[in-house]
Design a protein around this ligand. Sequence first.
Ligand SMILES: Nc1ncnc2c1ncn2[C@@H]1O[C@H](COP(=O)(O)OP(=O)(O)O)[C@@H](O)[C@H]1O
Ligand SMILES: [Mg+2]
Length: 252
Amino acid sequence: MDILRTENMTKRFGGVVANNDLSIGIPEGEITALIGPNGSGKTTFINVVTGVHPITSGKVYFKDQDITGMEVNRISRLGIARTFQKIRLFENLSVIENVLVARKSFYKSGPLSVVLGTPSFRKEEKENKEKAMELLKLVGLEDNAYDSPKGMAYGLRRCLEIARALALEPQLIFLDEPAAGMTRDEFKVIMNLMMILKEKGITTLLVEHTMDFIKAVADWVYVLNFGQIIAKGTFDVIEKDPLVLKAYLGED
Ligand SMILES: Nc1ncnc2c1ncn2[C@@H]1O[C@H](COP(=O)(O)OP(=O)(O)O)[C@@H](O)[C@H]1O
Ligand SMILES: [Mg+2]
């Protein structure tokens, strides 16, 4: 079953058709990769599906619920999380605080009990801290919990971004170029993390350029070029597709 699907989704920015008639299914519990040259519409796909940009035409369904045009926060509360191509962290908060802030929508205590520090709030805070620590452990940042993210290595900052997305306890996560600019070793951390997410039953849509990475983790691949799907299938199938080779090599 597809946890998310788009039907004839089109997104225009003025005269630019960034997504052109996309009908994409993301199978539940698996890793789907969305690849394509720069400017082919990958980030736009994520932005439209998660409600950041309004759709021009078409439909988006999450677990058969029509979420077309729904507001960003409502979509994230349904269980869809994402990371950004450009890392967004709170630089003045510690690593663990960055994760805790992301969990703030889980707080049940009202503002008054927060101010008064009531026992129910303190209990809740303790649980959130444990959960945040668990996530930091998952992404390999447990020893950095009380550090500032400012001076941290790029790969670790990426991992923190992913932990923040996971703090929402999503069923579906969009990772926009999580391994961009990473070293080979950092790569392995992300790959490993993706396999752990899969074991936990979380569905991933991965936007990535590195073919070795996609080959290693993706169950399914969609290839975009100029906003359109030019191929879909397993990596082994799309890698030999003449349209895909042409799009990447830029031959005529
Ligand atoms: N907010 C925006 N405003 C105007 N044009 C945009 C915007 N976002 C993306 N585009 C355009 O849409 C096309 C697809 O961009 P994008 O989705 O970022 O591609 P990719 O992530 O595959 O590199 C590009 O031509 C880009 O310039
Ligand atoms: Mg992009």
